[in-house]
Design a protein around this ligand. Structure first.
Ligand code: ATP
Ligand code: MN
Length: 482
């Protein structure tokens, strides 16, 4: 007999009615010594197993506990009770793994409400809960939709290096990579660390972004995207930063800033729509959880829309497109700024926007996702294309409610003389990036791209509030358990 998941069974249950099947999973609950709620992770829905205890050995019944794993053979019948369409009348029960009952008491498998902090401490067991089952199934659907979006549009998936010799990008603090014996680090005659003796013969780091290498690929393949892990040693203990996160970076030859914004908007809407279409059960669960969460908050802080409603609205509406300069005007004139309610008050043009400002624009002023573009050149990276005003660069950030920046991107500077001058001003070593400069020497073309942090999108779509709860094993300052 073929192995089957609960999800496969439920989708097509009519086909199996009055047939015997085999199903395996973990016990979520055992009621009245008769009803097992079995879950195998394939869906948020449990399968009800009816156990006529008269027909089974007492030892078996005794070992059907919360969290134990079972293999059941039985007949699929229409359910008598409410809450499920079908159930299984058990004919054979095999306990695959029972429990260390005493140790179970202190785990999150104990069926009661646990705090998200406690769940995080037992991240290896989170997959067994309804909440994290839903979050990680949705995370999968998002990843799948991302590949599907780009594949449909003839983008090629490129893998850029995780260990990099380039530390010029400046997107964030980097983690060094070395196989030196830390107790005996080779030094040169000046007492400096001698990286020429290290594994790669030079100083290397974990990548903060695959963009620069991605650009070289786009300069031959046309449309590419990366989708891989990224590392930032930023000591920011926020609910939106991880030290290890997954980034998606498309790069497109011949695209300008407007094409880039269009691509970002289409992309986000496609992925959100995909999840709406393919993760109904999980989204409904998350929607209910979100609503209950809102009820705990003071009325002023409650979200105006439900989770699913919010997702549908984002897909339906065109994102607001606003220049940085307009945004500064709005912020300067805001009550919040005048009454000094911002932690970092906006003094004027040139200010770097903090998450509080981004969220004001999105949540209070526009009540819509916002794309900000044309930022002051001094607060953006060296490779962004200089605008004609000589003050701003062709940068764009997509800002989402509850999140702030979800995407950052730009049209790239394709003119080598302008790029060179900018690198000098910003003290970026041209010699180190000789290979990057080559892309501007041999058939340079306008091009543009952006970076999306996968976990920020998962946060938005699941309605979770801490980024540590949307990646299986989060990495953040002072934590690398598991
Ligand atoms: P922020 O200002 O929020 O720190 P950033 O300007 O450093 O973001 P970029 O360097 O433009 O971000 O990176 C592109 C995208 O990667 C961001 O829009 C965001 O979605 C995501 N991202 C950046 N840093 C992190 C992080 N530490 N953890 C998770 N996602 C991140
Ligand atoms: Mn950052």
């Amino acid at each position: 007999m073929n192995k089957m998941t609960i999800s496969e069974l439920l989708v097509d249950y009519k086909k199996f009615l009055h047939h015997d099947i085999t199903i395996q999973g973990w016990v979520r609950a055992f009621r009245s010594n008769r009803f097992v709620a079995l879950n195998d992770g394939s869906t948020i829905n449990n399968l009800q197993i009816v156990v006529d205890f008269e027909n089974f050995d007492e030892n078996i019944i005794k070992n059907i506990n919360t969290a134990s794993s079972l293999k059941i053979e039985g007949e699929v019948v229409e359910s008598q009770g409410s809450g499920q369409t079908i159930e299984i009348i058990a004919k054979k029960i095999c306990i695959l793994g029972d429990n260390f009952t005493e140790e179970l008491q202190s785990t999150i498998l104990q069926p009661k409400k646990h705090s998200l902090e406690k769940l995080r401490e037992q991240a290896h067991l989170r997959f067994r809960t309804n909440l994290f089952g839903a979050v990680f199934r949705v995370r999968h659907a998002i990843s799948f939709a991302i590949h599907s979006f780009f594949n449909d549009r003839q983008f090629f998936y490129i893998n850029t290096p995780l260990i990099t010799g380039a530390d010029a990008e400046g997107a964030g603090e980097m983690f060094g990579v070395s196989n030196f014996d830390f107790n005996n680090i080779p030094r040169d005659e000046n007492g400096e660390v001698d990286y020429s003796q290290d594994f790669f013969g030079r100083k290397t780091n974990l990548t903060v972004s695959g963009q620069l290498e991605g650009e070289t690929a786009a300069m031959g393949l046309g449309r590419i995207y990366t989708f891989g892990p990224t590392f930032r040693a930023e000591n920011s203990n926020t609910t939106r930063h991880l030290a290890e996160f997954w980034m998606i970076e498309p790069e497109v030859a011949f695209n300008n800033l407007e094409d880039n914004i269009d691509l970002a908007e289409d992309f986000l809407k496609y992925v959100i729509q995909y999840v709406l279409d393919h993760c109904k059960d999980d989204l409904q669960f998350l929607d209910k959880r979100f609503a209950e969460d809102q009820k705990q908050k003071p009325e002023k802080e409650r979200a105006k829309e439900g989770l699913i409603e919010k997702l549908e609205n984002v897909v339906a509406k065109r994102f607001k497109r606003v220049s940085y300069t307009e945004a500064i005007e709005i912020l300067l004139n805001s009550k919040e700024n005048k009454k000094r309610k911002f932690v970092y008050p906006i003094e004027g043009w040139g200010a770097d926007l903090q998450s509080e400002h981004e969220r004001y624009l999105v949540e209070k002023h526009f009540e819509s996702p916002v794309v900000l573009f044309d930022y002051p050149k001094d607060i953006k990276a060296f490779y962004m294309r200089m605008n004609e005003d000589n003050k701003t660069v062709a940068a764009m950030d997509v800002l989402f409610p509850g999140i702030g920046e979800i995407i950052g991107g730009s049209q790239r500077e394709e003119r080598i003389d302008v790029l060179r001058q900018k690198m000098q001003e910003m003290h970026v070593d041209e010699k180190e990036l000789w290979w990057y400069m080559d892309t501007r020497k041999f058939g340079s073309v306008p091009h543009a791209g952006f970076g999306l942090g996968l976990e920020r999108l998962v946060l938005f779509i699941t309605g979770m509030t801490n980024i540590r709860d949307v990646i299986p094993f989060p990495r953040y300052p002072k934590n690398a358990e598991f």
